[in-house]
Design a protein around this ligand. Structure first.
Ligand SMILES: [Zn+2]
Length: 344
């Protein structure tokens, strides 16, 4: 199977006539899909422009996927969160210290409703082709696991809502030290918000395609990130997600790590008869030799990846997270996108 989709993310959804110029540049760079990173502020302030921008992209021939970027800091992303600004409750709580953190608890009805309202409004009022679940996660723990032991000791979420749900289900107080019940609880609750929202989006229009993108982590016998979506079988088996995607790998990591993650991504996607997607870092860092961009794209293609996606437009040019040679990196990505699609 050849690579059929070449996506680029894009933010700053302000003026349709400006977006139009950028979309043309994306098409010149071999992109056939745009992933619009939609912030809480965009929804609150720029909403009248969003569907105009969606329609302009489609008119130019791009597939359009909506990424509710960084909402409540549940998803990855640098954007600030109106939910956290406007709610002092419904936040994730550290199990060991009991402190509230600046991450919404996605197991509370308050945040679930807030998130779902955003997605369903987009589903009803735009003509996009799909949604992208972008690195959803619990605040803690993450990759400070060691090969000689488990992950870090602290974890989230032990807020009053999570504690109540845990007690109702297991019949004892939620422990402060993570055990197997806590692991299972975190996985199950984490799946609920995205499965329920995906189902309701598809009820509005079954053509909406849902891409589920999880962190590209080892999840081996020794090292597991435990951020809620690290059980790839559980995630990929869900009937509500159409595409299984794993996120960016830093260019500084060994080539074998790219290979390992990509093999596992393709294997899991195939197991559940779904297309696989691999991400490319097109911001912040760049390889010391740009040939590595070509090599990684070749690797992805040879291992049977169906779709490529890159973060972000113009290599992050103009932001604090621009790659050192942002526009050159963007051009190199474009060369590769055109190449894999068989375009000149
Ligand atoms: Zn909670």
């Amino acid at each position: 199977m050849a690579i059929t989709q070449t996506a680029i993310s894009y933010y700053g959804l302000n003026y349709v006539e400006h977006a139009e110029q950028d979309f043309k540049e994306m098409i010149d760079h071999g992109c056939n899909t745009v992933i619009l990173a939609i912030t809480e502020f965009d929804m609150d302030f720029w909403f009248p422009s969003i569907n105009k921008i969606v329609n302009k992209a489609k008119e130019l021939g791009l597939k359009v996927i909506l990424d509710p970027w960084g909402i409540g800091k549940f998803f990855g992303g640098e954007q600030v969160s109106l939910f956290l600004q406007n709610n002092i409750n419904n936040r994730q709580v550290s199990a060991l210290t009991g402190e509230s953190l600046s991450f919404a608890c996605f197991n509370t009805n308050s945040f679930r409703d807030y998130f779902q309202r955003i997605c369903l409004k987009l589903a009803r009022e735009t003509d996009a082709d799909g949604f992208f679940w972008d690195e959803p996660h619990y605040a803690l723990p993450k990759s400070y696991a060691s090969i000689t032991g488990g992950s870090g000791e602290d974890w989230t979420c032990r807020c009053p809502i999570c504690q109540g749900k845990f007690f109702d289900y297991y019949g004892y107080e939620m422990p402060k030290v993570m055990n197997d019940d806590v692991k299972q609880f975190r996985w199950r609750e984490a799946m609920f918000i995205l499965e329920d929202t995906s189902r309701k989006i598809k009820e509005i229009d079954s053509r909406f395609e849902i891409t589920m993108c999880v962190h590209a982590t080892l999840n081996s016998y020794y090292v597991t990130e435990l951020r809620g979506y690290d059980n790839w079988d559980l995630v990929a088996a869900s009937p509500y997600f159409d595409v299984f995607s794993t996120t960016i790998i830093n260019w500084e990591l060994p080539f074998d790590f790219f290979k390992h993650i990509t093999q596992r991504t393709v294997e899991i996607a195939k197991k559940y008869n779904k297309p696989s997607e691999r991400w490319i870092m097109n911001y912040y860092k760049q390889p010391s030799d740009f040939k590595m961009v070509d090599q990684v794209v070749d690797l992805y293609e040879s291992l049977g990846v169906d779709r490529l996606a890159a973060w972000t437009y113009r290599g992050g040019y103009g932001t604090v997270l621009a790659a050192p040679d942002a526009l050159k990196l963007w051009d190199r990505l474009g060369d590769n996108y055109r190449r894999v699609l068989g375009r000149k």
